[in-house]
Design a binder for this molecule. Structure first.
Ligand code: GDP
Length: 322
């Protein structure tokens, strides 16, 4: 069973790692947002790709969700000795990833190939596909003026009030090689509980993606990142309010409604089920909070079984149920 997941960083990576256990890991493709990518100290940094890669490799820091488990901060400390004020967290081991990525990109190797090479060396057998080999940059229009994404997110800790989001370069960027075909031929498509506006929309904004999703034969399931009117982590709910959208799982379902077949709603929001069903999609109500590795696998398993219920010909459900 070929599963394609759309993901940003921490929320996306957690479900992706569950999916890599619920089906054969080789049958999972994770299409990852790269509109958060940026250059710092001359290094090409792809935070969401790295979060997904470290998570699937079992190397992620379980406390933060990003960065590497057991990493140290000597390079950052040395930058401070030089009088710099480093606001982006670059662990020493993590730096090696950025050094290699930057070298390979400078040699002319496309980001999708660089990512494949890095992931293979970390023994990740799922495919991690950056959404594009071309640069796309999220620009956050805010009450402090236009901010590059990482300044908004990390430097200012998502405190500026957002007025609009612009994905610079998205209309010229090509979707990564094989991405549209993988979506067309997928058996199940999962939109992870990533930030819909900051992590998933950049992927959806690429040429052809929207049409492929509208015409997909596979069931498309989204998992809500909004639980009880709040984001589990990060700015999703605050951002929704600032954009004039009610912070509710209902609005997340509405955001994706035109191509969704199923929506996974947290048990705490069970009362919202009829409103979402009225949009013409199936609803699965379950615990969507992923604290442990087992939580991730259990939720992924439920998503895979839910998708199977939504398709006319059954392909079999989650591997862990067998
Ligand atoms: P980022 O790029 O690191 O911010 O990561 P994502 O966009 O992939 O994920 C952020 C979203 O994940 C937030 O909106 C959170 O509410 C959501 N999220 C994080 N952990 C969980 C979880 O365990 N369950 C659910 N349902 N959502 C989660």
């Amino acid at each position: 069973m070929n599963v394609v997941a759309l993901a940003g960083g921490v929320g996306g990576a957690k479900l992706a790692s569950g999916l890599s256990r619920a089906v054969d890991a080789e049958q999972l493709t994770v299409i990852v947002n790269t509109a958060d990518d940026f250059t710092l100290y001359g290094l090409q940094i792809s935070p969401d790709l790295d979060t997904v890669m470290y998570t699937l490799a079992g190397l992620a820091n379980p406390d933060t969700g990003w960065g590497m488990h057991g990493d140290t901060w000597q390079a950052i400390d040395m930058l401070k000795n030089y009088g710099m004020e480093p606001w982006f967290h670059l662990g020493d081991r993590d730096l090696a990833t950025h050094l290699l990525r930057t070298q390979w990109i400078d040699e002319g190797i496309p980001l999708s190939v660089v990512t494949r090479q890095l992931a293979r060396r970390l023994k990740v057998t799922s495919t991690i596909l950056p959404m594009s080999d071309d640069p796309v940059h999220t620009l956050v229009d805010s009450d402090r003026g236009p901010l590059p994404f990482q300044e908004y997110f990390v430097r200012y800790q998502w405190q500026p009030v957002v007025q609009a989001l612009v994905f610079e370069g998205a209309s010229e960027a090509e979707p990564a090689p094989t991405m549209l075909r993988r979506l067309e031929t997928a058996d199940t498509i999962v939109i992870c509980p990533s930030n819909p506006y900051l992590s998933i929309d950049p992927i959806l904004s690429l040429r052809g993606v929207h049409d492929v999703l509208l015409n997909a034969t596979a069931p498309i399931i989204a998992v809500s990142p909004i639980v009880g009117g709040e984001a589990v982590k990060g700015p999703a709910a605050k951002l929704m309010k600032e954009l004039g959208i009610e912070a509710s799982a209902v609005e997340v379902a509405r955001h994706y409604a035109e191509f969704l077949n199923g929506f996974v709603l947290d048990s705490r929001d069970a009362a919202l089920r009829p409103q979402i069903e009225a949009m013409g999609m199936g609803v699965l109500v379950t615990n969507t909070i992923m604290q442990s590795l087992d939580d991730r696998a259990r939720l992924a398993c439920e998503v895979i079984s839910f998708a199977d219920q939504l398709r006319p010909e059954k392909l079999g459900g989650c591997k862990l149920d067998a």
